[in-house]
Design a protein around this ligand. Structure first.
Ligand code: NAD
Ligand code: ZN
Length: 346
């Protein structure tokens, strides 16, 4: 089958690889109908997330069940499904404690042997382990594009909002209008905050954020961010902030921009250690939460897509075939044209 293979650090190409087969009785083989490119793929390609090259990239998918192992009860060939970027077993101690991102038998699709050796979704077929635990059926009335982001960036954006303990009427600041920050904006709207203040450098992304529900946008390269947030919150500071960039400066600003008793929710992934403004956190009685997105929300999120409460299709700025995916990476990485997400069909 055709697949995008990471051959070496910084080097990837479309090639022929073996089609995955059922390896365990709980597996399912999925024929891909839609996938996409994520910032994490770039981190893997460039070694910011260490991995041993020689595997198929990609971890977001929508597809049709092609075959199931003998233990799979809930799915059959022909079912339309999606699933988490990081499949988990549901049985180990970490899963049972609710930390499915730390499943001892799971892994991350398309992230190499270090992450469970699960082949990626930028291909024609994938193998999903523990299919009954991981696969989520797609209602007939929803398109592939409507559910494409549920298993990764939407779950992460929603987790960010849950961790921010957002309440009706709150003022929320979101740092980062990338795919994750924009998902956080959409998820935040579900909780009726009074203000969603979105901060980024990229005017196209900020305008997209406004369309998706941000009440205020701030250009971090042109405006004094903390000053503007101060004015918008009557100098009380925001009730909550979400960090979806992954830079020390935006984390520190997130701490600074919230008021007494504020909540800071971090989903950005940091490549370096961060100086933490401890006295300020202490004296303002702040609460800080962080970590990987919780992938157990997928069914709830799909229900909200069905009711029309969530629509992330505006994030899809480009559509292309797997054959053209290398051009897609070029656009996605270098932002040679305004881009947020690229939907890729085999
Ligand atoms: P992205 O790189 O597309 O988005 C980051 C945004 O931050 C960009 O739009 C960029 O213009 C903006 N930015 C850069 N510097 C800024 C500054 N000084 N002030 C304000 N904005 C600034 O990435 P993404 O895919 O949206 O992911 C965001 C972060 O979330 C990344 O760190 C990613 O690794 C992480 N992530 C975490 C999880 C998780 O489970 N916690 C899952 C997926 C992604
Ligand atoms: Zn991803």
């Amino acid at each position: 089958m055709k697949a995008l293979v990471l051959n070496d650090l910084h080097k990837f190409s479309l090639g022929e690889v073996e089609k995955p087969q059922i390896a365990h009785p709980g597996d399912a083989i999925i024929r891909m109908t839609l996938t996409t490119i994520c910032g994490s793929d770039l981190h893997l390609i460039h070694g910011h997330i260490p991995s041993t090259p020689g595997y198929v990239l990609g971890h977001e998918f929508v597809g049709v069940v092609e075959a199931v192992g003998s233990d799979v009860k809930d799915f059959k060939p022909g079912d339309r499904v999606t699933g988490p970027a990081a499949p988990y077993c549901g049985q180990c101690e970490n899963c049972q404690a609710g930390h499915v991102a730390h499943c001892t038998r799971g892994g991350i699709l398309g992230s190499g042997i270090e992450a469970g050796d699960l082949s990626g979704t930028q291909s024609e077929y994938i193998r999903i382990p523990y299919a009954d635990v991981n696969l989520v059926p797609i209602p007939d009335d929803l398109t592939d594009e409507q559910v494409l982001f549920v298993g990764d960036i939407l779950s992460t954006g929603y987790t960010a909002v849950i961790n921010a303990e957002l309440r009706a009427g709150d003022s929320l600041v979101v740092y980062g209008a990338g795919p994750v920050g924009l998902c956080a904006v959409v998820a935040a709207k579900l909780f009726s905050p009074g203000q969603i203040i979105l901060v980024d450098l990229d005017p196209f992304r900020l305008e997209m954020g406004r369309k998706l529900g941000a009440t205020h946008i701030i250009r971090a390269d042109q405006e004094d961010v903390l000053n503007v947030i101060g004015q918008l919150t009557n100098n009380k500071g925001a009730d909550a902030a979400i960090e979806a960039v992954g830079l020390p400066s935006t984390f520190q600003q997130a701490v600074r921009c919230v008021g007494i008793g504020g909540r800071v929710s971090v989903v950005g992934i940091f490549a370096e250690n961060v100086e933490v403004p401890f006295p300020e956190i202490f004296l303002k009685n702040l609460k800080i939460e962080m970590g990987l997105g919780d992938l157990r929300h997928m069914k709830r999120l799909i229900r909200m897509i069905e009711t029309g409460q969530i629509d992330l299709t505006p994030l899809i700025t480009h559509r292309m075939k797997l054959n053209d995916i290398q051009r897609g990476y070029e656009i996605f990485e270098n932002r040679t044209e305004p881009v947020i997400k690229i939907a890729v069909t085999p």
